[in-house]
Design a protein around this ligand. Structure first.
Ligand code: GLC
Length: 724
């Protein structure tokens, strides 16, 4: 249906029918097992309002969604279809690694492949849109939702957010079979809550917001994302859902977004709790004036917009523009012609967890793992070594993260399963302790578990110790002030290390953890995050050397929670601290180092790589030039492997303080033993821009340093001058 016809349709609709389109209800009102992702305020919705809502949040399978749609369309006076939306964050039935782990792949094409698989599965299940990608920049490991982001760097996030949007939406338009609309969230800067506490205030300078936090959302807009979701937080003490500056002036006017804006769950009504709206009626006015088109799960819009228009307080043109965007979204998906789009129960069944998707999930999981330490005990030699498999994550299958509503232990591979799948039958295993404190064990039970584990560790050549954070101790409303492992697990770790020095820790988490003691005492540490459906197979691939780990940290592991927010792109101070130089009046702690335990971009391999000196195609560059920065990379080890070669640029002087360096390129290459390749990065003037002292987005003449290496701490560099 073309725009004119949508406008004609709009003209036929009553004000009440238009407002109906601006409400999204949770699927729970249609089905008992509907999706719930926030506090439920069921008060005040009439049966009619629920039945007339223009969109539904939740997934209950193709057949049920088709029934809901059919019944809705029978009563819909203008044959406007429902749109079904859900949180497909890291996969649908086939669960992929959490997004923070996907960030460690530095592999946009693979991330896109995962999103496309999720789109195929969920489209067949009758869904039309996912509330993904989450583009929030994250630099505070206390915040539970870091698991949902691709990390601490704006450039990497932008690359991966674009890949996810293209994976979900395709490039041929939303009507393409097996595609769903994407919704980038949470606009804006939800990832910087004060004190790392979810839903808390965000205080950012305008320059930090624009230079660091907005670029990844811009990448989604540039990739054609269909919808933007508001954030719960305030920015400049204004709740996002009521901020005209953020939602109209910045998102729509400056960033060029023309699609639908949906509030986060309950966020419009929450402006009353923020204290900026005295009641739901005022909250509705603030939100619709800010350009929020859909009210998710509150009755602010459905109870108040009609009255606000009839009293002349809100112009009906605001309602019309919102509803026109909603109708256009439904039309772009082809729902007017086919309200069921790709819903097909048999296809849904055939695609769910199909071999192709499992293989992609396994390949991706392998590339998300970050080898943080290895004193040579990995890979394991399964024939010659007696290996003890110990820890609460040995057989635990809940390794798919906090947002995997459609994942299940029944379809997930544990580490023990993974080893068995490799024919490693003689697994000697012991749980050792529970996953969380106490774990409901009696003291005797706990002592028995610990004793059995230590006995087993004594008798083994090597120990694989599977430890980690519970999957629900990260994610939404899961901030933690203490980011160490539970005491039971640390006691197990210490006791095992007392009797066996060859301990490889496999670490499950939804965030960087404080693993200082583990990194000192363990012989190897492999961070596997929440690896999803194929996690156990992927871990077995890496433990036995059938796959060589290549992951690089997408977010720094702090030395201590006292450091956070800690990230590689820190700003210079007037009293910089130089590691190892004892000075009093400098920017440092008395009790811990400034550097994180493991930095952004860091990750080991079973082989080694040498990165040669940086060669620049010129020492001077004018704004119309492009510079090539090249290195030769050689595999100096004995096995093939992948290396992520990273390029950072330092703006040595600026009209404002500049970060010590910024990622401006990466390339993942595969090298056989002894093989070498040249890697060349093109530097364009646009990569040097920032918001200067006058808030103009420009590059400034002067010296720049280019660093190229295999982590954000590389010193391998060369300089050039920008001058017109
Ligand atoms: C939640 C989350 C958001 C999610 C939405 C719908 O509260 O903040 O990320 O998409 O509600 O489930």
């Amino acid at each position: 249906m073309v725009q004119e016809k949508l406008i004609d349709l709009l003209k036929e609709m009553s004000l009440e029918e238009k407002v109906d389109q601006m409400l999204q209800m949770s699927g729970m009102f249609y089905e008992d097992e509907g999706v719930l992702t926030g506090p439920v305020n069921t008060a005040g919705f009439t049966e009619e309002e629920i039945r007339q809502a223009g969109s539904v949040l939740g997934s209950v399978g193709a057949e049920k969604l088709m029934t809901i749609q059919r019944e809705y369309m029978e009563k819909q006076p203008h044959h406007i279809p429902l749109i079904f939306m859900a949180d497909i964050i890291n996969g649908f039935r086939t669960v992929f690694p959490i997004p923070l782990a996907q960030g460690c792949t530095f592999h946009p094409a693979l991330v896109e492949e995962g999103a496309a698989a999720a789109a195929r599965e969920s489209a067949a299940a009758g869904l039309h849109l996912t509330f993904s990608p989450m583009a929030d920049l994250v630099r505070d490991a206390r915040w539970g939702r870091v698991m949902e982001s691709t990390g601490e760097d704006a450039w990497l996030n932008g690359c991966l957010v674009r890949a996810m949007v293209e994976g979900y939406q395709g490039r041929e338009g939303l009507r393409e079979k097996g595609r769903i609309a994407a919704c980038v969230k949470h606009f804006a800067a939800y990832g910087a809550p004060t004190a790392g506490r979810d839903y808390n205030t965000v205080e950012l300078s305008e320059r930090t917001l624009r230079d660091d936090y907005l670029p990844a959302y811009q990448a989604a807009v540039d990739a054609g994302v269909a919808v933007v979701m508001t954030s719960f937080n305030t920015l400049d003490r204004i709740p996002s859902s009521g901020s005209r500056r953020l939602m109209r002036e910045i998102l729509r006017d400056e960033m060029g977004f023309g699609g639908v804006v949906i509030s986060d769950w309950g966020a419009i009504e929450e402006m009353c709790r923020h204290g900026v709206a005295k009641d739901n009626r005022e909250a509705a006015r603030l939100a619709v004036e800010a350009g929020v088109d859909i009210d998710m799960m509150t009755n602010c819009y459905c109870k108040n917009l009609r009255g606000l228009v009839e009293e002349g307080i809100v112009s009906e043109s605001l309602i019309d523009e919102a509803v026109l965007r909603i109708l256009k979204l439904k039309n772009d998906l082809g729902l007017f012609e086919n309200p069921y789009k790709d819903a097909d129960a048999s296809e849904e069944k055939a695609l769910a967890l199909c071999q192709e998707h499992r293989q992609t999930a396994r390949k991706m999981a392998v590339e998300t793992f970050v080898l943080l330490k290895n004193d040579g005990i990995l890979p394991l030699k399964k024939e010659q070594e007696k290996i003890a498999l110990i820890g609460p994550y040995v057989s635990n299958k809940e390794i798919y993260g906090a947002w995997s509503m459609f994942g299940s232990p029944d379809t997930t591979v544990s580490i023990a399963d993974g080893l068995r799948n490799k024919g490693y039958e003689k697994i000697l295993s012991a749980q050792g302790c529970g996953l969380s404190e106490g774990f409901g064990q009696t003291a005797e039970d706990s002592e028995k578990l610990l004793r059995e584990a230590v006995e087993l560790a004594k008798s083994a050549d090597k120990v694989v110790l599977a430890l980690g954070e519970h999957r629900l101790h990260s994610g939404e409303a899961a901030s933690r002030a203490d980011i160490t492992l539970p005491a039971d697990q640390m006691e197990l770790f210490r006791k095992v290390c007392e009797v066996n020095q060859k301990v490889a820790v496999v670490l499950f988490s939804g965030r960087p953890l404080d693993i200082r003691e583990i990194s000192e005492k363990a012989a190897a540490v492999l961070a596997v995050w929440m690896p999803g459906t194929e996690g156990g197979n992927a871990i077995a691939d890496v433990l036995f050397g059938d796959a060589n780990p290549s992951g690089k940290l997408s977010m720094s592991f702090p030395y201590s929670v006292g450091q956070v927010p800690v990230f590689y792109g820190q700003f210079r101070t007037g009293r910089p601290y130089t590691e190892g130089v004892e000075e009093k009046y400098v920017s440092r702690y008395l009790d811990i180092p400034n550097k994180p335990l493991f930095p952004f971009g860091y990750g080991l391999s079973y082989t080694t790589f040498a990165v040669g000196p940086v060669r620049l195609s010129a020492q001077r560059m004018c704004r119309t030039d492009r510079l090539c920065a090249a290195v030769t990379v050689k595999n100096t080890g004995a096995v093939s492997g992948q290396e992520v070669v990273q390029m950072y640029i330092e703006d040595v002087h600026g009209s404002v303080v500049r970060p010590v360096r910024e990622l401006r390129g990466f390339s993942k290459i595969e090298l056989a033993p002894g093989e070498e390749k040249e890697v060349c990065f093109e530097i364009a003037e646009t990569m040097l821009r920032f918001h200067d002292i006058h808030m103009n987005y420009v590059s400034e003449d002067g010296e720049f340093r280019v660093y190229i290496g295999n982590s954000s701490e590389t010193a391998n560099g060369a300089s050039f001058v920008l001058a017109d």
